[in-house]
Structure formats: structure tokens, C-alpha cells
Design a protein around this ligand. Structure first.
Ligand SMILES: NC(=O)c1ccc[n+]([C@@H]2O[C@H](COP(=O)([O-])OP(=O)(O)OC[C@H]3O[C@@H](n4cnc5c(N)ncnc54)[C@H](OP(=O)(O)O)[C@@H]3O)[C@@H](O)[C@H]2O)c1
Length: 347
């Protein structure tokens, strides 16, 4: 049995948001394999009961002795995050691995052709520009966003703020006697120029996804400054391009299958075309095996697959200033307090 350092005979606990599909579900499966099926408890934090039950059943089919729990939570709704966090506090004494993995991109299906052509023809190095666009998605997609009924931008709330609130609500279960790792699923599509500290929800821009993922990178660094003394270590990772429900929302699966040989060939130049959730979850699982104190808090850890199919993790230094971390965490704290006040007035 794998136990928590400092807490004898207690199993490790891994909580995974968006754990019912894609990279999150595969990470859960791989963590169970790594800990022989019953050396770790998995909690799938999902917004849909049926999808969560189906995921739990698939995990139990491959690891019949596993302990797999479900907590329902919609990360875009702060009331739901607070309710789900309360349930987690009742279930567990300590969380060793908190995967903040749920993520959404809202796209009008298709490519932003005019922007793409302008960018390529305006560039002095069109080849490099094309490669950059395909590896980061920057400027390629026609994105949209909604306002939630709590008044937040949906992509910001789902990917970043809901998760921040979750960390705040779970602080008593993180770190203290034994370390905890907070692992954010970021992306190569995290675009610094899409993020504006005066518009953290990205109400005015055209790349809510890139902005929210850059926000995640910033928040991960900021949390280390705040919580390392409590033995909480935060890191961002990237699964690379993986064919999941998320990419299916961009193009139908048959388009991806037609492009598959191109992506496989492109692995000669670009290692982040991981394609399968198994390859994509490499960095999520790898991080769980590291001593978090020895990792670089200012790097993002990225899953890669070589042309010959070898999986490995590389790190990328993040272009983040301390002042941006301080401002983002301050703003998110102010919003968090507002939601908490609103909730105490309602109850
Ligand atoms: N696929 C890629 O190429 C790629 C690349 C870079 C980063 N990522 C990131 O990897 C993470 C996992 O995505 P994936 O590719 O594995 O796609 P996926 O299979 O669609 O997984 C996304 C998960 O997030 C959940 N989710 C979405 N909105 C939610 C909400 N409001 N509340 C709670 N859960 C919510 C989904 O739940 P439902 O099933 O209920 O929708 C699903 O479980 C995301 O953060 C994504 O941004 C993916």
C-alpha cells in the first residue's frame, strides 16, 4: 500500500476534476496501475452523475480492488464548487494529489482562416509561424464565451477561478503534516499576450481559452509563494495535443482521423502531438512521482511523444512576473470573498 509520508497506514488520496474522460480519466487509470490498484484512493470530481458513474465503472473493471469515489461539481459555478468542496472535506482528512484538470473551450467549429492567412503572410518566417500556430493553436480557432448565471465568464470560471476557489476551500486538507501537490492542467495554448491583468476574465478579448490557461500558469506560480510554507506545492503541466471530447468540439473526430498521419509525421519536429490520452497524461502522472520540492515552480511540465513513440516529460520556463502573480491572486481573492459573503447572506 502506498501511504502518505508522515501519516502511517493511510492511503494516498488523489482528487481529479474532469476525471470522467480524456486526460483526467486516463491519469486516474494510470495512478491506480502505479499503486497496484488499491494503494491510492481516487476521487473523480465531475459535473454529470451518469458520466462519472461510467468512468468509475471503467476504473473498477481494470482495478477491481480500487476505491473510487465521486463528488459532483460544476467548476464554472462557484456555489457548486463550494458545495462539492464541503463534501470533500467530509470524506477526506488529507489530499495528496489535487489535479485541477477540468477544462473547456467554447468554439464555433472551424478555423479562423483570415487571421491565419494574415499572420502567415505578414511573418518573416512563415514556416516557423505555421508550426507555432499548430503547436499552440494561437489565433487558429474561432472562439466564443458565455456569462454564467453567477455573472462570470464561463471559460475563466471553468478553467481558472472555479479551481482557485476549490483550492481555497480545501486548504485545511492540503499540506500541513505531509506534503500535497496541486497539479493544474494547463496548455501550450497558454498565451501571454491573450492575458490582460486588467481583464482577467477576458471579457474583451478573442482568446478566452489562451487567457485562462495563461492565468492558470500564473496562479500556479502564485500559489507556491503563498502555500509552500504549508507544504503545498503547485505545478502546471500540459498534455499536448490529445484527441478527446475537447478536440472533438473543435472538429468532428473524422477530421482528426484524416489529419492523424500528418500529426504522426510532424512528431519529427514537434513532440507535443501526443494524440492519445495515455501519452497526454504522462506529465500528470510523472509529476505525482517527483519530489515536489525539487521541481521548478516557474516551469510548466509538458508531455511529449517522440517519433518512435517514446513518452517523456520536458519543462518549459514560464514568462511570468511576480507582480502579475500578486495582482492575479489579489483579484481572485477579492472575488472569492465576494462569493463567500453572497453565500452567507443567502443562507
Ligand atoms: N485535448 C487536448 O489537446 C488538450 C491540450 C492542452 C490542454 N488540454 C487540457 O486538458 C484538460 C482535460 O481535457 P481533455 O482533453 O481530457 O478533454 P475532455 O475529455 O473533454 O475532458 C475535460 C473534462 O473537463 C470536464 N469539464 C468541462 N467543463 C466542466 C465544468 N464546468 N465543471 C466540471 N467539469 C467540467 C469535462 O466534463 P464533461 O465530460 O461533463 O464535459 C471533462 O471531464 C483540460 O483542462 C484541457 O484544457 C487538453
Amino acid at each position: 500500500m502506498s501511504t502518505t509520508p508522515g501519516r502511517k497506514n493511510e492511503k494516498l488520496v488523489a482528487v481529479i476534476t474532469g476525471g470522467n474522460s480524456g486526460v483526467g480519466l486516463t491519469a486516474a487509470e494510470r495512478l491506480l496501475d502505479l499503486h497496484n490498484g488499491d494503494g491510492i484512493e481516487i476521487c473523480l470530481v465531475c459535473r454529470n452523475r451518469n458520466r462519472a458513474e461510467a468512468a468509475k465503472n471503467s476504473l473498477l473493471r481494470s482495478s477491481p480492488n480500487a476505491t473510487v469515489d465521486i463528488v459532483l461539481m460544476d467548476t464554472s459555478r462557484i456555489s457548486s464548487v463550494i458545495k462539492g468542496a464541503r463534501e470533500l472535506c467530509l470524506k477526506y482528512k488529507h489530499i495528496d494529489l489535487l489535479y485541477l484538470n477540468a477544462g473547456a473551450i467554447l468554439v464555433r467549429r472551424g478555423i479562423n482562416w483570415s487571421h491565419m492567412m494574415n499572420e502567415i503572410f505578414d511573418s518573416e518566417t512563415p514556416g516557423q509561424k505555421i508550426l507555432h500556430m499548430f503547436t499552440t493553436g494561437e489565433g487558429l480557432l474561432l472562439q466564443t464565451d458565455n456569462t454564467t448565471n453567477e455573472g462570470l465568464q464561463q471559460v475563466f470560471a471553468t478553467n481558472l477561478f472555479g479551481h482557485y476557489v476549490l483550492v481555497r476551500e480545501l486548504e485545511s486538507l492540503l499540506g500541513h503534516d505531509s506534503p500535497s501537490q496541486v497539479i493544474w492542467t494547463s496548455s501550450r495554448a497558454s498565451i501571454k499576450s491573450s492575458f490582460n491583468i486588467s481583464d482577467i476574465q477576458h471579457k474583451k478579448g478573442h482568446d478566452p481559452y489562451g487567457s485562462s490557461k495563461f492565468g492558470i500558469d500564473v496562479m500556479s506560480v502564485a500559489l507556491n509563494d503563498r502555500l509552500n510554507t504549508q507544504k503545498v506545492y503547485s505545478h502546471a503541466c500540459c498534455p499536448g495535443l490529445v484527441l478527446t471530447n475537447l478536440t472533438n468540439a473543435i472538429f468532428p473526430m473524422w477530421v482528426w482521423y484524416i489529419l492523424l498521419p500528418f500529426f504522426l509525421l510532424m512528431r519529427i519536429f514537434v513532440a507535443n502531438f501526443n494524440l492519445s490520452p495515455y501519452n497526454g497524461s504522462e506529465s500528470l502522472v510523472w509529476l505525482s512521482k517527483q519530489n515536489p520540492k525539487e521541481l521548478d515552480p516557474k516551469s510548466r511540465y509538458e508531455s511529449n511523444t517522440s517519433f518512435f513513440g517514446k513518452r517523456y516529460v520536458s519543462s518549459r520556463k514560464l514568462p511570468i512576473e511576480t507582480s502579475t502573480c500578486d495582482q492575479l491572486i489579489e483579484e481572485c481573492d477579492a472575488m472569492y470573498r465576494m462569493f463567500k459573503n453572497r453565500q452567507s447572506l443567502d443562507s
